[in-house]
Each structure stands twice: as C-alpha cells, then as structure tokens.
Design a protein. Structure first.
Length: 360
C-alpha cells in the first residue's frame, strides 16, 4: 500500500507516511462494499389495504359480500333496505308504490268512509258525480248499457228515456215489512240502462248534502231516513236499534249495509265527519246521525247523567255514546227540531168553525 500524497510505500499496519507524515487511509470494510450491505433506516412497511380498497361503493341493494364488489371497506354506510316501505292498511304489500286498494273484510276497525274529495268517481258499470253541494245536492249517475242501480222509492229526480224502472219488494214479504217498520218504503226501485248508456239523478226530499261512499267489503250502519241509493250488489238489512231509539224519535230500526260498491247517503244540512281514536268516546244526538262504521261500539242513553227529567227539559233526550276506533257521519241540522220550529206557521183547522187558523 502506498501513501496517497507522495506515493511512498507504507509498511503494513502503519498509521502515518514516514516520508511526508500523511495519515494512512483505512482499508475498506464490509460497509464500504465488501459483502452485503444493511438497508438504510426508513419508515416501517405499509399495512396491507383492506378488502375492496380502490373499488367503487356497492350500488343499492347489494349486500356486503356480493360480487363483483366484495366486502366494502370500513366506513361505508350500511346496505340500504330492499324494496318499498311497509304499505298502509288496506293496500297490497307487493305492488309499488302501494298498489291498488285491496278489499278489507267486514269489521276492520278504523278503515273509515272512503269519500272522494272531488265528489266524483266510478264503479262497476257506472260513473257518478255529486252536484250543488252542500245545501241542495244532486247525485248524477251515468249507467253503462244494461247496468243497474237501486234507490229508495221516491229518490229519483230525472232519468234518460232508455232507463227502465222496476219496483219490487226486496227480501220478500218479511223483508218489506222490516223495511216498512224501519221507516223506509216497502218497495225498492231498480234503474237499468237499456240499449245504451243512460243517466239517472237522485236527491233526498229535504235540503241538504249527499255523500258518495265507496264500500270495500265494509259494513256501516245508516239511519233509515239517510239511505238514498246504492250498488245493486250491496246487502241492505234492517236491524233492531234498541227500544231507546224509539223514544229518541229515530224509529226502532237502523239499516245495516255491507259489501263492495257505491252507497249514497243524504243529510239534512251539511255532513260533518268525525274520526275517533282507539278508546275515544264521543256523544251525538240521535237526530243528527247519518251513518257510522259497523265496528264502532255505541250505546243509547239519556243525555243528562243526572236523570230523565233533566234530559227531557234540556231538549236533547236520547243520545248515542260512541267509542273508537271508527268514523261517524253527522248531519248539521235536525229534521225533527226544524219541524218543531215550523209548526206555529202551519195552518190548522179550527174546531167548530170549519175554517183555518195559524199557530198551535
């Protein structure tokens, strides 16, 4: 080995050049190229990426492990639920978004009266519209060829020339007797369009409103004076209303209507709808009742809890005490009360003179 400065030879192990005094250079070791070199210090190795790293998020409806996306990495939102939210009662569960209304069995609580907000609709073989509401309502029914609708005797206002009218005792003699004692006519009128479409109009005998109710395998109770017309497939039966209903001035019977189809009911004055929550109690004067759901519990009682005398002098008499759930149709005017107001203005025949006088 020679000196790096002057080139003089150096003895082995010497630390300085004996000629110029320059320190001798150290021989190269393992770190300067002899053998394998240790890697320089650096950051720790990266952790392996989570499954699904670098892939797009799964589309709606794909589970966490559905290919081709694999399991989503941490931080993805939970898999969205499949399908649509649960349908409300009375609608098909599998038809998006809710499907057509499905018939409900009679006695389904809280289903309510299905009355169109625009007072028009259609049924099996007919279209209908309610005009001139609420004081002098008129129901206009357009019948398709050979289609029919039934109505209370005397309810027809007008009809097309090709509409055929037939009156019969529905339910036979016993059915006619039940209808008669219930305050209805013993006969039922059936209107049928022959040879083409036809029109029939209906109206009650007193000023007021008409409600077009679309029954869907439901059951309702209707005051006998409020029934106007209905689909021929509806079953209309007369039921015992209790002895107290006689003293309430509403007769001994009410009508029970059930089935699927159009039901027209009338009122004296406007119709007020009252829906009751489960367990809610509500009291209605029997003279203001139009119809109520068949599942709504009710009982007839005196208006004042203290006794019959106070109930009579209060002018209320018998009331219906309802308990929800359910819905009630209430008329805003009482026909018996109105008749009492008009009585002093009716002419009466005076005894002995054979003439007429006014007042009671």
């Amino acid at each position: 080995m020679n000196c790096a400065r002057c080139g003089a030879p150096l003895t082995e192990g010497s630390k300085f050049c004996t000629t110029c005094g320059t320190p001798a250079a150290a021989p190269p070791g393992p770190s300067q190229g002899y053998g394998p070199q240790a890697p320089p210090p650096g950051p720790p190795p990266l952790a392996p990426p989570p499954p699904g790293y670098g892939q797009p998020p799964p589309p709606p409806g794909y589970g966490p492990s559905t290919p081709p996306y694999g399991a989503p990495p941490q931080g993805y939102p939970p898999t969205p639920p499949q399908g649509y939210p649960p349908p409300p009662p009375g609608y098909g569960p599998s038809t998006p978004p809710y499907g057509a209304p499905q018939p409900q069995p009679p006695g389904q609580p809280g289903y309510g009266f299905n009355i169109d907000a625009d007072s028009r609709g259609s049924g099996r073989g007919y279209n209908y519209e309610i005009l001139h509401q609420p004081a002098f309502a008129l129901a206009v029914v357009q019948l398709q060829p050979e289609q029919s609708i039934q109505a209370e005797a005397g309810a027809m206002v007008s009809m097309s020339a090709n509409v055929e009218l037939q009156s019969q005792m529905k339910g036979g003699l016993m059915g006619a007797l039940k209808r008669a004692v219930g305050g209805e006519s013993a006969f039922v009128s059936t209107f049928t369009a022959r040879g083409g479409p036809g029109e029939v109009t209906f109206a009650p005998g007193m000023p007021g409103d008409i409600a077009a109710i679309e029954l869907r395998n439901q059951m309702f109770f209707v005051q006998s004076s409020s029934y106007l017309a209905g689909d021929g497939s509806l079953v209309v039966d007369t039921k015992w209303g209790g002895a107290k209903s006689f003293f309430g001035g509403e007769g001994l019977f009410v009508l029970q209507v059930h089935g699927a189809g159009l039901l027209l009911v009338s009122s004296f004055g406007a119709i007020h709808r009252k829906r009751l929550a489960p367990g809610e109690r509500y009291v209605v004067d029997t003279g203001h009742l139009v119809a109520w759901e068949g599942t709504t519990q009710y009982q007839l009682r005196k208006a004042a809890a203290s006794g019959w005398l106070r109930s009579l002098v209060s002018g209320e008499g018998i009331v219906a005490d309802f308990m929800g759930p359910g819905e009630i149709l209430i008329q805003t005017r009482n026909l018996a009360s109105f008749a009492g107001l008009m009585k002093p203005f009716f002419p009466t025949q005076s005894s002995g003179s054979g003439g007429f006088s006014f007042g009671s």
